[in-house]
Design a protein around this ligand. Structure first.
Ligand SMILES: [Mg+2]
Length: 360
């Protein structure tokens, strides 16, 4: 098996703003694993906040190159256990990119899409939301109107005008809403907002409180009129047990949890505890989105609009059109790069921009 990687700069359709800055380009780290003329692809967007710069991810992969290149691609779980131990939890983003590439290659070598290898049927899969980032109310309405026809919109909140934002957006669509406070509310606010949000057609609240506030989470879950989904409180596998009894469900990000292998264990753990399962994305290409698509049969909710936010994609694979996933015909995750496979010795990590987090 040969390991190659390259950073691509994904141009965004719109400038993306968060508290730490703004960007119109999202650099993304693409891993390619090759064996017997088949190529598997994985992706992790670069993210300085999580110390997942391109240089850090390349260094992490170089430290395990000998393990990867000498391993049997038909035994992905054994290799990923060894790589995960070797990296010691220090670079989940690099691990995730490698994990996705290995699973994709495994499926391609076996001649099956991953969901089929995992025994999941594609009937009755959930539709994705489209995420509307925080902005002025007028701009949030404009963002909604630019993307009509999605069955669900996820509204980012955590402003002094949260109820006014949802009320105004409700004037412009009959689609379902979900809201994501990104840790920006208090216990009292969450319990007070929940019935009003429910009346406005909101189906759940994502991460109202800071991740560290476990007592508050239990209180909110007890008092909230709406289900509460953990995001920042459920980053890696070990977090699931702390969410039991404190949340109604969890939102898994492949990039942050370390890839498909830990994500599958998180799904099993959450479901056995009676929790709902959602999967979310970063602002990423169809490489990452096609990996999420393989999980759809196991999910209650999904946020996979990442590739809809970029102006020029780098890959063909799963497509999300007005929330509905069109599955690719290929095996593995079904993804291929527009410009063809990378050279099998490619190790290119230059980017034109500084990284900020563009998670949807
Ligand atoms: Mg979130």
């Amino acid at each position: 098996m040969q390991l190659a990687y390259r950073v691509f700069d994904l141009p965004l359709k719109h400038v993306f703003r968060i508290s730490r800055g703004a960007t119109s380009v999202q650099p993304t780290f693409i891993v390619q694993l090759s064996h017997d003329d088949q190529h598997g692809y994985g992706e992790a967007t670069t993210n300085r906040y999580y110390n997942a710069t391109a240089a850090a991810m390349a260094a992490a992969l170089e430290s395990v190159r000998h393990l990867v290149e000498s391993a049997d691609p038909l035994q992905p779980d054994a290799l990923l256990d060894r790589v995960s131990s070797a990296l010691g939890g220090d670079n989940q983003f690099a691990l995730a990119a490698l994990d996705l590439a290995l699973h994709d290659l495994h499926g391609k070598l076996k001649g099956e899409p991953l969901h089929r290898l995992w025994g999941w049927e594609l009937a009755d899969v959930p539709a994705s939301n489209y995420t509307i980032g925080i902005d002025t109310i007028e701009s949030m309405v404009a963002k909604l109107n630019q993307m009509p026809g999605w069955p669900v919109y996820k509204i980012k909140l955590g402003t002094p005008d949260d109820l006014a934002i949802v009320r105004e957006l409700r004037e412009h669509t009959s689609a379902a809403f979900r809201v994501d406070a990104n840790c920006g509310w208090t216990v009292e606010q969450t319990i007070r907002y929940a019935p009003q949000m429910a009346e406005l057609g909101v189906e759940f609240i994502e991460q109202p409180l800071p991740a560290a506030d476990r007592d508050g989470a239990a209180e909110v879950r007890h008092g909230s009129a709406l289900p509460i989904i953990a995001d920042e409180s459920c980053v890696v596998e070990d977090d699931v047990q702390h969410c039991i009894g404190r949340f109604d469900g969890i939102n898994i990000k492949l990039t942050k949890c370390g890839g498909m292998a830990p994500a599958r264990r998180m799904i099993d753990h959450a479901k056995s505890a009676g929790m709902k399962v959602m999967m979310g994305c970063m602002t990423e290409s169809s490489v990452g989105i096609s990996a999420i698509a393989q999980f759809l049969p196991a999910l209650d909710y999904v946020d996979m609009d990442g590739a809809a936010l970029i102006a020029t994609d780098i890959a063909d694979g799963a497509k999300v059109i007005q929330g509905r996933c069109q599955f690719p015909s290929g095996n593995g995750t079904g993804v291929s790069l527009h410009d063809g496979p990378l050279a099998t010795d490619c190790r290119q990590i230059e980017s034109t921009v500084d990284e900020i987090e563009t998670q949807t």
